[in-house]
Each structure stands twice: as structure tokens, then as C-alpha cells.
Design a protein around this ligand. Structure first.
Ligand SMILES: [Zn+2]
Length: 244
């Protein structure tokens, strides 16, 4: 079964098959997400794999082609912004994409049991969790309840930003995304091993709420995010990689 998973004769990423077959599974998966995000940005989504036939077809098993470790922000719905459907994405969301044990376990399940070839950390501009952590650090007061766990998980990114002289909120968000990529790999030997073997890759992307576009800010291996979307010569801006 193709990881692209389109059904019902929809036009889709299959038109890139000839080139895509020469690419690794993680690279193909990333290109698939970038292509879907481009459709979303352009206001031309195909809503693949959302029909009743596909729903029935995937009931017996799932083979998602990407894990999304995203912020819980209500404007960051993964299947919408990447224009995908049922069975495509294995989504784990927490405020500020903080990655505790349950998140790590969920990622490891997807990578090892389901064979998912790509893990994406999905952050965004104006992230409330990052802002809350920033306020907490500035005032020296910790939030009450379990919200403190979220803030505590973001604080290392704030310290890193301070060390690098970054103090604007979106610059801090980018650092927090990169930090989360490193946390996943550093805390999960299972994931790190899969990446070392070339079976999986991890990429961190930053989403802009108003524009709807994702931009890569970190990737392991680093060359993953330099790929243009196969078959989409018009794809430039959202797929244009940043230095990682
Ligand atoms: Zn957020």
C-alpha cells in the first residue's frame, strides 16, 4: 500500500511516483506534507482520504506516513493544514508540543509498531504556551495546577533563547521547536536508532496562523528539509528551507 493512501481516483501525489520512488520514505513523507500544506495555503485542498469508502478501507489497520507532535492550539488542526485524511497522520498534541513520557511513548509506538517514517514537530507563531512560560520566567511566579508542567517543559527553550540573544516571541518559538526535536531524539533511543538507520527522520516546522504555511526550522538528518516538493514547481515559499 502506498503511503500516499489516496483513493477513489483522486488526482494526487501519485503523479510524482516516478521521482518519488527514488527518494527515501522519510523524504517522500515530508514532501507529501509540504504538498498538502501548499494546497491548503492556496485555498485548493483536495481533502484526500476523507470519504466513506476510505473510512471503511482503513478500518482494519493503519499505516500513517507521519507522526505529528503538535501544539494543541485550536488553529493547528493537522489534517486540515496538511490537507490529509483518515489513516494518514498519527497525531500527538500537547500545549506547546511539550514532550513528556506519554508523548514519547506514542511516538515510539508509531515509529516501531506502525512503521511510520517521519516525525514532525509542529509549532506556530504566537504560541500561548511559550508566552505563558515567558511570563512565568519574567515574573518569577509559577502557574498553578498542572499548567506548571507545561511551563517547566518550555523553560529550557527560554534559557537557550536567552543564551543566543533571541528575545522576540517568534524567534523563541523557533528555538522551542528545534529544542523539541532534540528532546525527542535525546529522550528516545528508540527513535534515535530509527533515524540512525535511515528508517525515520525528524523535522521541526513552524506554522504561521494567518498565512497557513509551514516553514522548516530544524531537521535530522539536516538535508531532509531542503527538498522541494516533487512535482510542484510552484512550491517555493513554504517549502524553502531555513538553515537548520
Ligand atoms: Zn501553541
Amino acid at each position: 500500500m502506498s503511503h500516499t493512501g489516496s483513493s477513489g481516483g483522486q488526482p494526487g501525489p501519485q503523479r510524482t511516483t516516478d521521482r518519488a520512488t527514488a527518494l527515501s520514505e522519510p523524504t517522500r513523507a515530508y514532501a507529501e506534507l509540504v504538498a498538502g500544506n501548499r494546497r491548503f495555503v492556496d485555498g485548493a485542498p483536495r481533502h484526500p482520504n476523507q470519504d466513506a469508502g476510505h473510512r471503511a478501507a482503513v478500518a482494519d489497520g493503519q499505516h500513517p506516513f507521519a507522526v505529528i507532535v503538535g501544539c494543541s492550539d485550536s488553529r493547528l488542526a493537522a489534517e486540515i493544514i496538511f490537507d490529509r485524511g483518515l489513516g494518514d497522520l498519527f497525531v500527538v498534541r500537547t500545549a506547546g508540543h511539550t514532550a513528556g513520557p506519554e508523548v514519547l511513548g506514542s511516538v515510539e509506538y508509531a515509529v516501531t509498531v506502525l512503521g511510520t517514517p517521519l516525525v514532525v514537530v509542529l509549532g506556530h507563531d504566537s504560541c500561548g504556551a511559550v508566552q505563558a512560560a515567558r511570563e512565568s520566567a519574567a515574573t518569577g511566579t509559577a502557574p498553578s495546577g498542572h499548567l506548571r508542567a507545561v511551563v517547566d517543559a518550555v523553560l529550557p527553550s527560554l534559557r537557550r533563547a536567552a543564551a543566543e540573544g533571541v528575545d522576540d516571541i517568534d524567534g523563541i518559538v523557533d528555538i522551542h521547536i528545534a529544542q523539541t526535536v532534540e528532546t525527542l531524539l535525546g529522550q528516545s533511543p528508540v527513535l534515535a536508532d530509527a533515524v540512525a538507520r535511515g528508517r525515520c527522520a525528524v523535522v521541526g516546522v513552524s506554522y504561521r496562523l494567518a498565512a497557513g504555511a509551514v516553514r522548516p526550522v530544524a531537521a535530522v538528518p539536516a538535508d531532509l528539509a531542503t527538498l522541494e516538493t516533487p512535482g510542484s514547481p510552484e512550491s517555493t515559499d513554504p517549502a524553502t528551507p531555513a538553515t537548520v
